[in-house]
Ligand binder design. Structure first.
Ligand code: ASP
Ligand code: MG
Length: 420
């Protein structure tokens, strides 16, 4: 059993969606296909959700624009007959969307957001399913909200694994056993009261990983617009190399240091179930891509660089020259946690504590206000945090040449520098 996940970019246009057909035909079966919303639909729906709580007239206008876009997409995607079916399916979903807009209420924004934003995946998968059908690929469109159950943590639903696993097995195995492909949505689920919920932005990878582990898949393939993982962001560095093969442990480190590789929640279910993850390129399916696996054999990695920009370096110093003791540290750390300020790197010294974090001006102002009675806080803005795994002296020299190093930490495998 195999799971494929296609993201928004892979279905951003009707041409791209059609180009996925040969990939699906060539796939080993049985196959479960998880799809996210088309292109930037989720962003448009987020805006719609905000409008629905503030200005219903504007929200209806935005919904109409979205409907027109989906209709013209369907029109170029399908034959005339196919379009009739697609239009009926879209009509139904847009009617639901209008209800959700009417019902939206700023007093429970996160709940309203989920009822609206979930429509993106329902729309894209409906169209995809009809396209497959028209192309002779037998498939069953499954509403994942009947499978993935969560609590009522709106916009970040926490999945009830035992219930969802049972549903996944009882609902999907019969379809697969009948030789049909399962086509379903990522990113969404429902509560025990049948209210829609989303799992957090970019959550489709996570859904695909959950389904793969619940169904005991042989593997999961995530189809992206890039050819697998590279050792640095090619938009920032000229000569990056592809990483053909990498462990989950390494990927989770990369994600921790800020690399935007795979949604971090994706890794755990796959790692725990020992399921390999292939990162493949839908623009070039023959390209081997990257395989991520649990196997802890020695892999010779190239230096892996994660460059986080727009960082702030804070230096918290005691006013009265007293040591930064464990008590003081726990007070300072607690203040960070209370304000939900995630720290990317820390260092202690005798009378000061240094932290590097993403620039979040309001939260940092609140932090400084909370610490000020006892500490003096200095800051450097607009600094970068560079993390290099498997570093060499040459790489480090190249990265820091012509820059001022404000802070540096090394372990055997990892070096982190904060630079201006
Ligand atoms: N459509 C959702 C988003 O854009 C989920 C996903 O793409 O994974 O965040
Ligand atoms: Mg996406």
């Amino acid at each position: 059993m195999h799971v494929y996940k296609f993201g928004g970019a892979s279905i951003a246009t009707p041409e791209r969606m059609k180009a996925l057909l040969p990939i699906i035909l060539a796939a080993r079966k049985p196959l479960v296909v998880v799809v996210s919303a088309m292109g930037k639909t989720t962003n448009a729906l987020e805006e719609l959700a905000r409008a629905a709580c503030a200005d219903k007239g504007r929200a209806r206008m935005l919904a109409d624009t979205l409907e027109q876009e989906h209709l013209s997409y369907a029109q170029s995607l399908m034959s005339a007959d196919g379009f009739v079916a697609a239009k009926a399916a879209l009509d139904e979903l847009f009617t639901e969307l209008h209800w959700a807009v009417d019902d939206a209420d700023g007093a429970r924004f996160d709940y309203s957001y989920d009822q609206i934003v979930c429509v993106g995946e329902l729309l894209s998968t409906r169209m995809f399913s009809l396209l497959l059908q028209e192309s002779g690929i037998e498939n069953e469109w499954v509403d994942i909200r009947h499978i993935i159950r969560t609590d009522e943590t709106w916009r970040e639903g926490r999945v009830d694994l035992p219930y969802s696993t049972m549903q996944a097995r009882t609902q999907l195995h019969p379809i697969l056993d009948a030789g049909k492909l399962v086509l379903t949505q990522g990113f969404i689920g429902a509560t025990a009261n049948n209210q829609s919920v989303t799992l957090g932005r970019e959550g489709s990878d996570y859904t695909a990983a959950l389904l793969a582990s619940m169904l005991g898949a042989d593997d999961l393939s995530i189809w992206k617009d890039v050819a697998g993982l590279r050792n640095a962001d090619p938009r920032l560095f000229p000569d990056t190399v592809q990483i053909p093969n990498i462990t989950y442990a390494e990927v989770i480190e990369m994600a921790y240091y800020g690399a935007q590789v795979i949604h971090p929640k994706t890794i755990k279910p796959l790692h725990n179930a020992g399921i390999p993850l292939y990162v493949k390129c839908f623009l070039d399916p023959a390209e081997r891509g990257t395989v991520i696996h649990a196997n802890e054999t020695q892999i010779a990695y190239p230096p892996i660089i994660v460059w986080k920009r727009e960082q702030v370096l804070l230096q918290v110093t005691t006013l009265d020259f007293s040591f930064i003791t464990e008590d003081a540290l726990s007070f300072i750390y607690d203040t960070f946690a209370r304000l939900r300020l995630h720290v990317n790197m820390i260092q202690n010294a005798a009378i000061s504590f240094i932290a590097c974090l993403d620039n979040q001006p309001e939260k940092i102002a609140a932090l400084i206000a909370a610490l000020e009675p006892m500490y003096k806080v200095r800051r450097n803005e607009n600094v970068s945090l560079m993390t290099v795994r498997h570093y060499t002296p040459e790489i480090l020299f190249g990265l820091t040449m012509n820059r001022t190093i404000l802070l540096e930490q090394k372990t055997r495998t990892t070096v982190q520098v904060v630079v201006m």
